[in-house]
Design a protein around this ligand. Sequence first.
Ligand code: KG4
Ligand code: ZN
Length: 321
Amino acid sequence: FFKQKTAYEIASCLVGSEMCIRDSLDKIDIMTKKALKISKVKLKDIDAVAATAGPGLIVCLSVGLNFAKALSLSLKKPFIAVNHLEGHALSPKLNFNIKYPYLLFLISGGHTQYLTVKKLGDYKRLGTTIDDALGEAFDKTAKLLNLGYPGGPKIEELASNGDENRFVLPKPILNRGGCNLSFAGLKTAILRLKEFIKTEKDKNDLAASFQKTVLDILNKKTKKAIEQYLELYPKNRTLVVAGGVAANKQIRIILKKLCQDEKFKIYFPDLKLCTDNAAMIALAGLERYKKKKFDKHNFEANPRWQLDNKAKFLKGAGVKI
Ligand code: KG4
Ligand code: ZN
């Protein structure tokens, strides 16, 4: 298990990935066998079994979770329930040696949050989106432009050929609400502009203007989050950016620049480890294993499992920030 690479490969079979539910339950069995073969490890040599238990769609979570529980019971080895977001939070540790505490900016298809990571399992949310997640905003914009899913990489590509100053889009709650964020207004503005988008150039310009607006929002809000983080941890100037949207090159560039100005170290996961992957779940499992943080076999899938369970729910109409 401590041969990390091997552990990640094995865990790739055990995670409740959407692929499993789509391609039928049988697949997880085949994947397990394949991972064991590739990593040249026998089932009996596994020290623990980790699987994602939330957040996410219950049907997808249940496949991997039930399989992992059964495997752990039959092997008589500890079972570890992993929070998918903890996987993202730790993902750059697959490539870098990062010390706690750090400021985490989690930007995925379902979540957009600034959190302090004091140590493994100890998270405090500083800010969150009050409506759409950032990846969702990329995806919805792409959908309006008929670009297909996932939208992020396509918007990024079009934006590189567009005029970012052509369309002026809103930046909701830019100057209030601390480091909370909002992206729903952007989508509405783009919906209104849709009738004027006729040519390839129009599409490129809109994608570039959208991305530029996002960059401005992230620059300002990350600065705010850094301020709040430093009040708690003035000595550890480290920012970790994780989740699917962290693959965006322009976002990487502006956050690197901001961190240079703020004298912060910045870490991103490898590009292929930004979007959902089993390696990050295995790493979270491994860190928990080292601390003997095991779970019972009646641990249920939790579709809304948050990293900071004390944080207030901040979504929807009427939310006060
Ligand atoms: O972390 P992830 O794989 O899944 C969730 O846990 O949500 O993130 C997927 C999201 C999608 O919304 C996708 O459009 C976005 O990450 N994404 C990007 C890029 N690559 C993926 N967004 C912007 N730029 C990219 N290059
Ligand atoms: Zn994810």
